[in-house]
Design a protein around this ligand. Structure first.
Ligand SMILES: [Zn+2]
Length: 274
């Protein structure tokens, strides 16, 4: 699933292309992509894009009207931006559920094979609150993270995955963050709270490197020009079960935590008990 670095790559890419363009037409090929209660897509027509930003793992395209189009890519969603409406065979119309035609003849297309993604048009304002997402690792302080972890009764992994608590991290970057901080994923959150600054600095370091690499492509993620990210080459534990830990040579292990496949080095990440 796309996580913070992938969404940041998409949002910053769109932020370089879309502002200053207006929407010539907005076409939904499937109505169920639009969240219940949203304004209809037609309302976008004539509106000028003012900015594009990432909110947690979501993309917000803001308009001069004050409204915003919020897009969540779910598992397999892609936003592809084509400067010219060329008939590129890499981008067939199957699984294309929405398209914005823009004032310079470019197109922003939304593809989603499995359709777990959604979009909606909102009056703008505080989109993070609307979506119920917490601060992301670049916004939260280690004191705030320490308080959150200390007050919860769950594994550190499940807390870091919870978007309402801390936004932007998913299965890949939580596993990488905990490896970087040398913390076992089954560590209780209150015990892990003592290491909040270590966890946060590990998360920030990994996310920054992953943004530079334009994200991680395991299967579906593509940036707005359709290209893959390259951070999958730099993963230390995710998807590396049975392979040697680059730090100590032990075998990376995969277990199930909070219903998610979880990868770690049992030697570098010993289980801490409070
Ligand atoms: Zn190790």
């Amino acid at each position: 699933l796309p996580e913070l670095p992938e969404i940041e790559t998409i949002a910053s890419g769109l932020a370089r292309c879309l502002p200053g363009l207006s929407v010539r037409s907005a076409i939904l090929r499937r109505d169920d992509i639009l969240r219940r209660g949203s304004l209809k897509a037609k309302v976008l027509e004539g509106w000028l894009v003012s900015s594009v930003e990432r909110v947690g793992k979501n993309i917000a395209i803001r308009f001069g009207s004050g409204y915003a189009l919020v897009v969540n890519l779910g598992m397999t969603g892609r936003l592809i931006y084509k400067p010219f409406s060329a008939k590129d065979p890499r981008f067939p119309r199957s699984h294309m559920h929405a398209v914005l035609h823009l004032s310079d003849d470019s197109e922003l297309r939304y593809y989603d094979a499995r359709r777990f993604g959604f979009m909606y048009i909102t009056q703008g304002g505080d989109i993070a609150t609307e979506l119920g997402v917490g601060k992301d690792p670049f916004e939260i302080t280690s004191k705030e993270l320490a308080e959150i972890l200390a007050s919860r009764n769950a594994t550190v992994k499940s807390i870091l995955l919870n978007q309402s608590v801390i936004a932007g991290l998913g299965n890949i970057y939580v596993d990488e963050t905990l490896f970087g901080a040398r913390i076992h994923p089954l560590t209780g959150s209150s015990e892990a709270g003592k290491y909040a600054s270590l966890i946060l600095s590990s998360a920030r370091r990994i996310l920054k490197r992953a943004i530079k690499a334009r994200g991680t492509t395991i299967r579906d993620y593509r940036s707005i020009d359709g290209s893959s990210g390259t951070f999958q080459r730099s993963l230390k534990v995710y998807g590396r079960q049975g392979k040697e830990c680059e730090r100590c040579g032990s075998n990376i292990v995969k277990i199930n935590v909070a219903g998610r496949g979880t990868h770690f080095c049992p030697n570098c990440q010993p289980l801490l008990r409070g």
